[in-house]
Design a protein around this ligand. Structure first.
Ligand SMILES: [Zn+2]
Length: 248
């Protein structure tokens, strides 16, 4: 029986049979895999404690028949324990794993997603940062990674860079007031999306959530749901507090 060793983030686990657990994980080199952890629910297995959702692990898997590998060994790389103590951080983490599990398995670079996910979880685990815009930034960057970056510099219809005031998730970009389509886009939300996509996530997370945060989360999840062609329940719920909703 051949084996493979890889780093992985545990996305989700569920019970199987009397004592086993299925672990859905995103690995660094092999993308999404499912593996059976035998006997972990009996409490005598050495595998159990490493397999919590959101854990970053180093795992040895054996090939098995069908879709499932078999977990042979697990070591923690990072448990993200501060993330687990705070409901907002934990919800945001679960939003990320829901989204990653929904990534269509055709052509998206596995390693990039692994790196993005482990970095985003590290940001959620960092108590110097607030967690509220980590999911939205992740959704936007995932769109970029998949070749569907939202167009924010000029109107998607006429090319004007002035007066961008609406956003259409279906076309994937901002529109000027003459070409208005989709939902309203405040100048705060536009500026914030540009900051998130321009590499200023650490700056955005270090201060209180800026104006436009709630709106950007709504735009980002809507664009991602359109892109995936499915609804993302947890990801939608991991939104910034209502207090940061814009008064327009
Ligand atoms: Zn226009």
């Amino acid at each position: 029986m051949s084996t493979l060793r890889d780093e992985a983030i545990v996305l989700r686990t569920y019970k199987s049979g009397e004592a086993d657990r299925v672990v859905v994980m995103w690995t660094k080199e092999h993308g999404k895999l499912k593996a059976l952890a035998r006997g972990v629910r009996k409490g005598t297995s050495k595998l159990g404690s490493g397999l919590e959702p959101l854990a970053h692990i180093d795992v040895l898997l054996a090939d098995a028949r069908g879709d499932f590998h078999i977990v042979r060994q697990v070591e923690h790389v990072e448990l993200f324990s501060r993330l687990r103590l705070d409901l907002d951080r934990l919800t945001a983490g679960c939003a990320l794993t829901e989204v990653v599990e929904a990534v269509p398995l055709d052509g998206v670079p596995d390693r990039e997603i692994f790196i993005m996910l482990s970095r985003a979880l590290a940001s959620l685990d960092n108590t110097n940062f607030h967690p509220y815009l980590v999911p939205a930034a992740f959704y936007l960057k995932l769109l970029v990674l998949d070749g569907s970056a939202p167009q924010l510099d000029e109107c998607v219809t006429c090319g004007s860079s002035d007066g961008l005031s609406s956003f259409d998730a279906e076309i994937g970009g901002a529109l000027c007031s003459d070409c208005h389509r989709g939902r309203l886009l405040s100048s705060d939300a536009l500026a914030l999306m540009r900051r998130l996509l321009g590499g200023d996530l650490a700056g955005v997370l270090s201060d209180d959530p800026p104006p436009g945060s709630y709106e950007v989360h709504e735009l980002a999840i809507e664009a991602l749901e359109r892109h995936f062609g499915r609804r993302l329940k947890v990801a939608r719920s991991a939104r910034p507090p209502e207090t940061s909703r814009d008064d327009r």
